[in-house]
Ligand binder design. Structure first.
Ligand code: FES
Ligand SMILES: [Fe+2]
Length: 347
């Protein structure tokens, strides 16, 4: 039987209904600590801009615009590190963490008239974040300090409990809106009973919410609930539109960190980091049950992605009474991260 041709996601029309333009302000994950060794200089491309990320000799990470102001070489392809500088692979000019020129081979002084843009960077736990602001304003808040990274009773996530999805066709905000969307749990994630959104609250650059649900509802036992159904909760925190923390309790007490970083205005790189409790008898590496839960999280996230990659954003949805307040509250909160908002669409 002939199958109708599936439209490639790239062929679909752009989501022209989205009420904000430009890239949002905030912290965005650009990698894991272990990916950037001392002395390494790597290419990145985010916010439509080519960047170089390097780790200096003292161990600090830095991000600069990628192209050397001398004759335009990309510092992330063959660049090296000397002290706290990145060294251009083309003629050896050295660039400081603040983007200024530190030295030129065979010259007795640096060039003072040229500078690279230097991007604020933070390394917290195993995550490396960059601050993006379209007007180049300095950070007005800090990315989340995650105490679970210091908990000796949890596995170090990298490399087993992390996952990287490259170039998903979605906007960071679609992921963020999940924190106030209790009804989708039953449909997208096949939750056997409804989830209840018990609280939602903006707090400056953070948005907090709590959902309660029953795991394994209606089943004598499942692989997640061998002792029968269990009441559980999900505490969600959005830190800007780039970072979502999900803390589960009642189940495995894990923390899931989902970070979504714009490559261009229509695509993100997504990174998942799970901080899970060490299993009895599996002190060093995640055991079978932990890995099964991790794979289950990846599977569930990919079910969301299938929706998001084909979504046409609805500016004024016909909300049910339960949805109206949390969604309006979230969408109002999110407008602070964009420079240009369509006034018609913000609640
Ligand atoms: S292009 Fe970088 S030193 Fe010449
Ligand atoms: Fe979801």
């Amino acid at each position: 039987m002939n199958q109708p041709a599936l439209m490639s996601v790239e062929d679909e029309p752009l989501d022209d209904n989205f009420p904000f333009s430009g890239y949002p302000t905030g912290w965005f994950q650009v990698g894991w600590r272990q990916e950037l060794e001392v002395g390494a200089a790597l290419p990145l491309r985010y916010f439509g801009i080519d960047l170089v990320m390097y780790r200096d000799a003292a161990g600090s990470p830095h991000i600069l615009d990628a192209h050397c102001p001398h004759l335009g070489a990309h510092l992330g392809y063959g660049g090296t590190v000397d002290g706290d500088c990145v060294v251009c692979p083309f003629h050896g000019w050295q660039w400081s963490p603040d983007g200024s020129n530190a030295s030129i081979p065979n010259r007795d002084r640096p060039h003072q008239g040229v500078k690279l843009r230097s991007w604020p960077v933070r390394e917290l736990g195993e995550l490396i974040f960059v601050w993006h602001d379209a007007l180049d304003r300095p950070p007005s808040w800090e990315p989340p300090a995650i105490p679970e990274f210091d908990d000796p009773d949890r596995y170090r996530p990298y490399p087993d409990l992390v996952h990287y999805w490259h170039k998903l066709r979605l906007r960071p905000q679609y992921v963020g809106e999940n924190v106030v969307d209790a009804p989708h749990q039953q449909w997208v994630h096949r939750s056997p009973s409804p989830s209840t959104l018990v609280s939602f609250e903006p707090d400056g650059p953070i948005y907090r919410s709590k959902q309660e649900f029953t795991v394994g509802a209606g089943r004598e036992k499942t692989w997640l609930t061998p002792d029968g159904p269990m009441e559980a909760s999900l505490m969600g925190e959005s830190w800007g539109v780039g970072v979502n923390l999900a803390r589960y309790s009642g189940t495995d007490e894990s923390l899931h960190v989902h970070c979504h970083t714009p490559i261009d205005e229509r695509h993100v790189d997504e990174r998942l980091t799970v901080l899970a409790a060490r299993e009895p008898g599996e002190p060093d590496k995640p055991g079978k049950l932990t890995m099964r839960r991790f794979d289950f999280e990846r599977y569930q996230f990919e079910r969301d992605v299938k929706i998001w990659e084909h979504l046409r954003y609805i500016k004024r949805p016909p909300f049910t009474p339960d949805e109206a307040r949390p969604y309006s509250s979230y969408r109002k909160w999110v407008s602070q991260f964009y420079l240009e908002a369509d006034a018609q669409a913000t609640p």
